[in-house]
Design a protein around this ligand. Structure first.
Ligand code: HEC
Ligand code: HEC
Ligand code: HEC
Ligand code: HEC
Ligand code: HEC
Ligand code: HEC
Ligand code: HEC
Ligand code: HEC
Ligand code: HEC
Ligand code: HEC
Length: 512
């Protein structure tokens, strides 16, 4: 069962996401093992202390990681394999077959082992925060240089550092320079359920910052004071948010952030990243310089003031056509705990329990015999936004689109010749209960023919060309009710069909 599977995975992932110690420059390299795209085993321990090593961390979603492949191939050619070991580490945590397919196009450049770090076991110890990243380890097995970015300048320095390390030179720290671009939020290699986030970072005042999501859609902003804010939508799965700004030394500086978006309900997409939470002491400290980060006291009219304070940054939550009741009355405090620590603004209860605090009467939907998939998982917010939306009942999407989001099979309906009017209108809830039912009949609002007759009041036994509610005279291969009587859906498709009058496949000749 889908629901259970995602629950057990969540527990498994929590165990994985423990804290780790990160290797610093000047310390011994931490070995790791992996399997290359072509299936060979790699163990870094075989090279540590024997030859210099260059680790290249990247992702297929990071354009500069891909464009720098050529430079690394050039470094590979320049040094003997006995002097320098290069290992590529890809931080793509899902869609491995896609990664393999991708690299087929670059086979001529991958002249060194490249592993896919699905569990982040190789990159965690090196605390890789941004891509591409390069780590240079000397012949004694000591980390000598860590760099991020891949501008022409960066790569020139990298090649120079590698040459010096291969020669056994010391003292290469002076190459690190203050980065012209720093992305603070979202935090790299975290995950979220949100469908959009702020990207907040630092660059030179007046500079033009541009953001590309997964190598596609772009947007830009000008840096005010020394910070920039861009809000970007997120795709399900891995998101590579690449921010770039022109480098005062020429070319462009880019920094990438990998943020994973998990669906609210398991669609087989999960990641081992920890959850991205913004509101805690450490993160808020960066903003305190200019923003008040503590909400005003919540007494009397304070509710309104506190809500206004939140909306200063969360204005995307307002201005919707349908706003959820409690927000208009009590603001954010009825659901978000202002006193929770270390994470602020936790919701006062999880899942459906939060909703039942006020919608007690909806509990009766849960004691029915048949629960709709997402209801049995306790996830009201899959369908309803807790804040608001442009749809009635704060539904996340228009009903028809909402249902089809999970019931993909229903998409084929639109290719049929004849589509039943209410289905064409996306009014799925004209016939189906969205929450639960006491009958095992696809959550239909009324049983059997009653449902159809509730709209088709003109249809009756004398007017209709065909009989219903009685057994057919001859045995035919059609649906019948438990008593063996003809149903409307014995002869008609409820959603859509290729025959006129929504007749079942085959039309008249199916039965005659
Ligand atoms: C140097 C002062 C300063 C710091 C530090 C600062 N901000 Fe701001 N921020 C501002 C000012 C001023 C505005 C109002 C800008 C405007 O109205 O155009 C603003 C506006 C915003 C907005 C609204 C942007 C929009 O599109 O209207 C958000 C969101 C925001 N800041 C988030 C943050 C976060 C998160 C941090 C901490 C990482 C932070 N800011 C740190 C000065 C700062
Ligand atoms: C200075 C800007 C700012 C203010 C003021 C602010 N937030 Fe946020 N909040 C953020 C940012 C940035 C995020 C990260 C998620 C995003 O980018 O959408 C966030 C995320 C959240 C989240 C998701 C959980 C988390 O910690 O990431 C909640 C819940 C939240 N805010 C509630 C509130 C409430 C309630 C208030 C008012 C009491 C408030 N926020 C005021 C900037 C702000
Ligand atoms: C009826 C309860 C309720 C109220 C009132 C409410 N929230 Fe939320 N909020 C939630 C829940 C539940 C979530 C978790 C989201 C989910 O499951 O989709 C959430 C999530 C968030 C997030 C994370 C982004 C997201 O969409 O998931 C932000 C930001 C946030 N709330 C801000 C606010 C602010 C600001 C207010 C006041 C204007 C507010 N909330 C009022 C219940 C509420
Ligand atoms: C703090 C109390 C409170 C909480 C918690 C709360 N609601 Fe509401 N909700 C209200 C109020 C008040 C209204 C508006 C009054 C009404 O129409 O019943 C409302 C209205 C609604 C409506 C529209 C009902 C209609 O007939 O138009 C829906 C749907 C809804 N809430 C769903 C939810 C869901 C889902 C949750 C859990 C994420 C939730 N609510 C949590 C108080 C709450
Ligand atoms: C599969 C999507 C889905 C889920 C999950 C879901 N709802 Fe709904 N809900 C709907 C739709 C669709 C409607 C509108 C029904 C209609 O058009 O008649 C609705 C209507 C409502 C209403 C207003 C009408 C009424 O029946 O009172 C409330 C309140 C409500 N839901 C609360 C909840 C609560 C609480 C939960 C979680 C226990 C929940 N819903 C889970 C889809 C969903
Ligand atoms: C978040 C995903 C999701 C959404 C949204 C959703 N459903 Fe479902 N639905 C399910 C799951 C899961 C099942 C159980 C399927 C199973 O057990 O194989 C289900 C079962 C059903 C069934 C029973 C028949 C079947 O295939 O098992 C019907 C009918 C149905 N949904 C109609 C709707 C309608 C109408 C809507 C829109 C109001 C809707 N669903 C929205 C996930 C969803
Ligand atoms: C006119 C009434 C009506 C409307 C409108 C309607 N359905 Fe149905 N639906 C039915 C009936 C009747 C059945 C049972 C068919 C059967 O037993 O063979 C059904 C069965 C289903 C099933 C389970 C069997 C299957 O075909 O997979 C799903 C899922 C479903 N409907 C989804 C939807 C969605 C999504 C919408 C909106 C786009 C919708 N329905 C609109 C009447 C309707
Ligand atoms: C929510 C109301 C509603 C329900 C329930 C409903 N229908 Fe309909 N049906 C309509 C409407 C509206 C039309 C279009 C009438 C028109 O164009 O004159 C229609 C048209 C039809 C047609 C004629 C199609 C055509 O091509 O001319 C058939 C057959 C039909 N429905 C069968 C059914 C059956 C069988 C059921 C039960 C599974 C059902 N209906 C339930 C509203 C409904
Ligand atoms: C035994 C097969 C059969 C059953 C059972 C049946 N129908 Fe029909 N229905 C037909 C056929 C065949 C037509 C097309 C006849 C025609 O155009 O003369 C039709 C036509 C219709 C039409 C279009 C009528 C029009 O005047 O355009 C509607 C609406 C309809 N049926 C609704 C229903 C409803 C509601 C039920 C259940 C109460 C039902 N049917 C049961 C075979 C059946
Ligand atoms: C899903 C099966 C089905 C379909 C499709 C169907 N019929 Fe029928 N038809 C029946 C049944 C059942 C009867 C009643 C006789 C019986 O009970 O066996 C019947 C009766 C008739 C009768 C009365 C004569 C008789 O055999 O009793 C005619 C005429 C007729 N249908 C014509 C049509 C035409 C024309 C179409 C296409 C527009 C059509 N039917 C489609 C099942 C069907």
């Amino acid at each position: 069962m889908r629901v259970l599977r995602s629950a057990s995975l969540a527990i498994f992932l929590l165990v994985l996401a423990g804290p780790v110690y990160a290797v610093q420059v000047g310390e011994r390299a931490i070995p790791f093992q992996g399997v290359t795209l072509t299936g060979e085993k790699v163990d870094l321990a075989d090279s540590i202390g024997k030859r210099a090593i260059l680790l290249k961390f990247g992702s297929i979603y990071c354009s500069t990681c891909v464009s720098s492949l050529e430079d690394v191939a050039h470094i590979r050619k320049r040094f003997k394999a006995s002097d320098l070991q290069i290992v590529g580490v890809n931080l793509d945590v899902y869609g491995i077959s896609r990664v393999r397919r991708f690299y087929r196009g670059y086979a001529n450049l991958i002249t060194y082992p490249l592993i896919v770090d699905e569990k982040l076991a190789a990159s965690r110890p090196y605390d890789i925060q941004s891509l591409p990243a390069h780590v240079v380890i000397d012949k004694e097995g000591v980390v000598r240089y860590v760099s991020t970015g891949a501008t022409e300048e960066d790569l020139k320095i990298l090649e120079d550092v590698v040459a010096r390390v291969v020669r056994g030179e010391k003292g290469i720290g002076k190459f690190t320079r203050k980065p012209p671009l720093q992305v603070y939020f979202p935090i790299n290699f975290t995950k979220t359920l949100q469908d959009s986030v702020y990207v907040v970072g630092k660059a030179k005042r007046g500079a033009r910052v541009s953001l590309a999501l997964n190598g596609g859609s772009r947007q830009a902003a000008t840096v005010m004071r020394d910070l920039f804010y861009l809000r970007t939508p997120l795709s399900l799965g891995s998101n590579y948010i690449e921010v770039s700004v022109s480098d005062p030394l020429g070319g462009k500086v880019t920094q990438g952030v990998v943020l994973f978006r998990e669906p609210k309900m398991g669609a087989g997409i999960e990641s081992p990243f920890p959850v991205y939470r913004f509101h805690n002491e450490k993160n808020e400290a960066l903003c305190r310089k200019c923003h008040e980060m503590n909400p005003p006291e919540q007494e009397g009219r304070g509710f309104a003031a506190a809500t206004r304070f939140c909306l200063g940054c969360h204005k995307e939550l307002t201005g919707m056509r349908v706003v959820h009741g409690p927000i208009t009355v009590g603001g954010c405090a009825p659901c978000h705990l202002f006193s929770s620590r270390p994470n602020r603004y936790e919701v006062i209860a999880q899942g459906q329990d939060l909703c039942f605090k006020c919608h007690e009467e909806k509990r009766k939907d849960l004691v029915k015999s048949y629960l709709h998939g997402p209801m049995s998982a306790g996830l009201c917010t899959i369908c309803h936004s807790p804040h608001g939306s442009s749809e009635k009942y704060q539904l996340r999407r228009y009903v028809g689109d909402l249902c089809v989001m999970c019931h993909e099979g229903m998409k084929s309906v639109s290719f049929k010749k004849d589509i039943h009017k209410p289905v064409n209108d996306g009014a799925c809830t004209a016939c189906h209960e969205p929450h639960s039912s006491d009958r095992n009949d696809n959550f239909l609002k009324k049983p059997g023919n009653e449902l159809c007759l509730s709209c088709h009041t003109g249809v009756n036994r004398t007017s209709h060309t065909h009989p219903f509610g009685v057994p057919p005279k001859k045995e035919r291969l059609i649906k019948l009710d438990k008593e063996g009587n003809l149903l409307c859906i014995s002869c008609h498709e409820p959603h859509a069909g290729d025959e006129p009058k929504l007749l079942v496949k085959g039309g008249c000749s199916r039965c005659h």
